[in-house]
Design a protein around this ligand. Sequence first.
Ligand SMILES: [Zn+2]
Length: 124
Amino acid sequence: MVKLLNSHNIPAFVDAMEIIVNVVRQFEICTGVCHKKYKPFWESCKRGEVDKNPYQEARYSVTLRSIHCRRLVRPRQGMCLSCAQLQDTLRMKARTAASKSHSKNRARKSVKSLFVKAAVWADN
Ligand SMILES: [Zn+2]
């Protein structure tokens, strides 16, 4: 078995780790889909998993991440491409649900209107 770290290569290892840490520090953590308006649809989304923020990221308290989330994004990018695609899916689900709700309300109002008209007709 090859020993990866020994007394001869510790300085090189530390230098490599410093480079890695400095590169990673240039990125932010992907926020995932954290907007509360999409939360009712999280459970129905098989391509996402709930992240309860174990590292106490300040930009969200809980979020839904794509199962392919890249975790690190460029500053001000907000979320990775996989999470952005997940958000698009949730946006469509929210629109469909809103549209169905709107249609149901219109149908209820229409039925109610018919009852009112029937009641008026019966009174006359
Ligand atoms: Zn992501």
